[in-house]
Design a protein around this ligand. Structure first.
Ligand SMILES: [Zn+2]
Length: 361
């Protein structure tokens, strides 16, 4: 129990304090990036970066939390756990903890950022004139987030979703929902129409911390997908590419999102592309680490409810408290069994990453 309360926090500010304390105790060098958008009660929000290991290391493992704000509770807990108990590094290797890439979503109990953007849909080529298209989202937008968040509206939407799936297939329905959309700024899984503060922060982190790296790895920690408490590794690389094969060698079972049965965004605009594009001089072995929570319909409904609150409600709406509790439970269950599984598996995957990086020639 003591490990859980030492590692996990119940607010963003508490998480930040635990992270900075753990980093200081380990003698990490810390760099902080302030988000210009203020947090709750006007308090400042930061992405903090803690580095352990030689400044000139050619091999660097990046372990990141809160690409999706609310999922930061789990990722932060893993980072603090490793800093507290597991600070041994292979020679010539540095570890870089990026804490709260999306501090706004973390602090305000949202998956999305201050611009309502899903960062894992946002790393598109902004120099190109065309944004990715999602006609299914356009067709279903007013059902995904109906103007009234009532039981009747949700039942009516479910009927139409079933008809859409019958006509186009379940996968097309999932794509419409989750693949990302660039047309509805108040909708869910919005990829943004311009660069984000967090995206610029990734570039600044890479410039400051990865300029000398020749080989780099990323473990980006998420929750809300997969079996309860399990931490599954995912990569956007194909399972026959060098990156994909390396990931499988290091971590064992890895889901490749280019596979046809994947439910993760494989559209080439995730945080993985964010890092690899910002430090293209390094060879990369990047993965997402996903801890399952509840059934996918329940997680999706929690995201929709919060999306509705953002689009049509307000923080003091009578449903707000219940919806925020629903979202929090969807991505950070209070169950100590789940939380212990996250810590055990999180530090195990970090250990696999360090071992793989050290052996990589
Ligand atoms: Zn996520």
């Amino acid at each position: 129990m003591q490990r859980l309360s030492r590692c996990f926090a119940e607010t963003y500010f508490d998480a930040r304090e635990k992270f900075l304390d753990a980093a200081a105790r380990r003698g990490a060098t810390v760099q902080s990036f302030r988000n210009p958008t203020p947090g709750p009660e006007g308090r400042e929000l930061f992405t903090d970066v803690a580095r352990i290991g030689p400044a000139d290391a050619e091999k660097v493992l990046v372990v990141q939390s809160a690409t999706h704000g609310i999922e930061g509770y789990a990722g932060s807990g893993v980072q603090v756990c490793w800093l507290n108990d597991h600070a041994k590094l292979p020679d010539g290797t540095a570890i870089l903890f990026v804490h709260a890439l999306n501090p706004y979503g973390f602090a305000f109990t949202r998956r999305f950022n201050e611009d309502n953007v899903d960062l894992n849909r946002s790393f598109i080529d902004r120099t190109s004139n065309s944004l990715p298209e999602n006609p299914g989202y356009i067709e279903l937008a007013d059902l995904i987030l109906p103007p009234e968040w009532t039981r009747a509206a949700r039942i009516a939407a479910d009927v139409k979703f079933a008809a859409y799936a019958a006509e186009h297939g379940e996968r097309a329905l999932m794509f419409a929902f989750k693949q990302g959309q660039y047309t509805h700024p108040k909708g869910v899984y919005f990829g943004g129409q311009k660069a984000t503060w967090s995206g610029e922060t990734v570039k600044a982190i890479c410039a400051a911390q990865l300029a000398g790296a020749k080989k780099a790895a990323l473990i980006d920690i998420h929750t809300g997908l997969g079996a309860y408490g399990h931490g599954d590794c995912l990569t956007t690389a194909s399972d026959v590419s060098p990156e994909g094969l390396r990931a499988i060698e290091w971590y064992g079972k890895v889901s490749c999102t280019k596979a046809s049965n994947s439910s993760y965004s494989g559209s080439g605009c995730t945080i993985i592309e964010g890092y690899t594009m910002a430090a293209p001089h390094a060879e990369w072995t990047p993965i997402g680490l996903e801890f399952g929570t509840w059934e996918s319909e329940d997680v999706r409904d929690a995201v929709r409810a919060d999306g509705w609150l953002h689009a049509y409600g307000s923080p003091d709406h009578p449903q707000a408290k219940r919806i925020k509790a629903q979202l929090r439970n969807a991505f950070f269950p209070g169950d100590p069994v789940w939380r212990n599984m996250v810590l055990d598996r999180g530090v195990e995957v970090i250990s696999h990453g360090l071992t793989g990086l050290a052996a990589w020639r």
